[in-house]
Design a protein around this ligand. Structure first.
Ligand code: B12
Ligand code: SF4
Length: 533
């Protein structure tokens, strides 16, 4: 009897974790949830990861893949933006007899929809609400026994709040051995050639790492405070550094490049903690190139920005939202002051760090002309990579409730009929069509060949590799709005930007030749400290 129970508990399955594609671009980075749940899966099960952005598969292909691989459970995660695709995939798999469980922000915010309790069709056999670090192993065990429940909810504390994982200890994600090939950003044909280049560019991965969760700021449009809570939890510095060192070792071993995206919503939410982490990273040599999200109000601290630079930061993502303080007040983001944006960007640029600056079009105080007004301002600052989205009422946000109560939602379930750059509510001082045109105008101006040239020229004193990576990033970022998926789209883009490309290439070749000449002559000033000692 005891033996039978043990056998049941240990019944092993093959589990597929699937992330639907976003329908526009290839994502530059895999999703952390897949690796995290894989690491949290009891060892008797095998977990296969497929990210639809990296490995495009049709629904019949996916069904066939599950049949061929004898998949016992499929887990699908999705943001609101991709949920309609996620449901379609789930429906096909369930029709073919596979058990499908779903989790992530959208199903947490709209659980009835996934379970078909809102009058619509059912898409999932079970769902996990909120952070699933602790519920996932239970879900897997129940699925293995054939006893899935409908909903898995984190335990609650005596006050009725979700008990949040405290991230200490943090699961071991085996980056050193995981098959990351589907996520390399270097096309296969270019790998042999590029792997021979100096630093080894045969493979290039951007890897997501979290050092903490939670944000107390509660901006009106954002789901994070509701989802992760306002209590912030951090991993230990040792655990973050150990993970970074393993990634660094892998990059070296494979003669490739690995950059890290710290996906914390605000890496500097506790400045003292971040300074400690950065100092420890520097001391341990755990300094890969990295990107992180930090709000502008926290970047005025010179000591912090020095440490950020010394620890390897290349790009900082800043949610600027608007240059109009009235808009910032409307969305409860007055802690971020547009008047300080220029100073912050210049402080970063002095250290050869540039910003991905995110703006929202269609806010309540926006009027026609907002694109030009915003871009005029941006062009006075150190150059960055501006991105322009639109104010979107995500379910379960205070913004959603405010617009619904005011009767302003034109498409209350906009995620089921996703339309790129078409707002789901009426902006106050312009039309939905105006907002689309303004968004288009902001992207076009910011990434025109002339603007690209001007931006690169404005940092002509920066090292050549910084300027090359800035230009490359500009060409890729443009693709968020202007899909450049075909070879011809890329050829056209390169031709349009030939002035910037040729001037940087000529300078790059000159610099490389001079360095090679000096090396041949054995010029002492080019020897590294290690060679001299
Ligand atoms: C990194 C990130 C991105 C990356 C892409 C995602 C990637 N490759 O990692 C980039 C920068 C490209 C991005 C873009 C966008 N993002 Co984003 N992004 C994030 C961010 C900061 C971190 C995601 C993450 O890894 N979190 C950590 C993991 C551990 O948490 P998690 O994913 O929620 O997973 C946990 C649970 O949800 C659950 N779970 C998740 N999936 C599954 C599946 C199963 C089966 C189960 C059981 C459990 C489960 O288990 C996990 C462990 O607890 C989040 C904010 C946040 N803190 O999560 C926003 C967030 C996900 N993004 C958001 C948005 C809106 C966007 C954009 C639409 C923004 C825009 N206007 O363009 C774009 C669209 C992306 C696209 N076109 O593909 C919103 C989504 C809200 C929503 N309800 O959908 C978030 C929550 C931020 C916010 N401000 O509200 N994003
Ligand atoms: S600071 Fe960022 S993560 Fe925090 S609530 Fe505001 S938008 Fe969301």
């Amino acid at each position: 009897m005891v033996l039978a129970v043990v056998w049941h508990e240990k019944f092993s399955m093959k589990i597929l974790l699937y992330n639907p594609d976003n329908g526009i671009t290839r994502n530059f980075m895999p999703h952390l949830w897949m690796f995290l749940l894989q690491a949290l899966t009891p060892p008797e099960h095998e977990v296969i990861l497929i990210d639809g952005n990296a490995k495009a598969m049709t629904r019949p292909e996916l069904v066939q893949f599950c049949k061929d691989n004898d998949i016992g459970l499929v887990g699908i995660g999705s943001m609101t933006r991709m949920v309609a695709r996620a449901y379609l995939v789930a429906d096909s798999l369930r029709e073919a007899g596979f058990k499908v469980v779903m989790g992530g922000p959208h199903v947490t915010e709209c659980p009835d929809e996934a379970l078909g309790r809102d009058g619509g069709p059912r898409h999932a056999d079970a769902i996990a609400l909120g952070e699933a670090d602790e519920t996932w192993p239970l879900m897997v065990a129940d699925a293995a026994r054939g006893e899935l429940k409908d909903i898995y909810i984190p335990e609650v504390d005596p006050k009725g709040n979700d008990k949040k994982p405290n991230l200490q200890p943090y699961p071991h994600i085996p980056w050193e051995s995981l098959d990351l090939d589907q996520f390399s950003l270097v096309p296969k044909f270019a790998q042999p050639f590029l792997s021979k280049m100096g630093e080894g560019w045969g493979k290039f991965f951007v890897v997501p790492i979290e050092t903490g969760r939670g944000c107390p700021y509660g901006c009106e449009f954002c789901t994070v405070t509701g989802f992760f809570g306002d209590s912030i939890r951090f991993r230990s510095n040792e655990s973050v550094i150990e993970e970074l060192l393993r990634l660094k070792a892998r990059a070296k071993k494979e003669k490739g490049q690995i950059a890290v995206f710290f996906i914390d919503d605000n890496l500097a939410i506790n400045k003292k903690r971040l300074k400690g982490l950065l100092r420890d990273m520097i001391a341990a040599g755990a300094t890969l190139p990295w990107v992180a999200q930090i709000s502008a109000n926290l970047l005025a601290d010179e000591e912090l920005v020095d440490l950020i630079a010394d620890a390897g930061a290349r790009w900082i993502f800043i949610g600027m939202e608007s240059i109009d303080p009235a808009n910032m007040a409307d969305v409860n983001k007055t802690f971020s002051k547009p008047a300080n944006y220029q100073g912050v960007l210049e402080g970063l640029a002095r250290r050869n760090i540039y910003a991905i600056t995110s703006f929202i079009v269609g806010m309540d105080n926006d009027t026609v002309g907002v694109a030009d007004r915003t871009v005029d301002e941006i062009e006075k600052w150190a150059p960055g990579l501006p991105v322009f989205g639109q104010l979107t009422p995500f379910p379960a946000t205070p913004l959603y409730d405010r617009l619904r109560d005011a009767g302003r939602l034109t498409r209350p379930k906009h995620w089921l009929d996703f339309a790129p750059f078409v707002m789901a509510h009426d902006p106050l001082k312009m039309t939905i069509e105006d907002a689309k045109n303004e968004t288009f105008a902001a992207w076009s101006r910011s990434y025109s060949p002339e603007r690209n040239f001007e931006a690169i020229n404005s940092i002509r004193h920066a090292p050549i590799d910084t300027r090359i990576s800035h230009l490359v990033a500009r060409l890729f970022f443009r693709g968020i709005y202007f899909p450049q998926m075909s070879k011809w789209a890329w050829v056209k883009l390169l031709l349009d930007n030939r002035k910037s490309i040729l001037s940087l290439s000529a300078e790059g070749i000159r610099t490389w030749r001079q360095a090679r000449k000096r090396r041949r002559r054995g010029s002492p000033e080019t020897q590294t400290a290690q060679e001299i000692s």
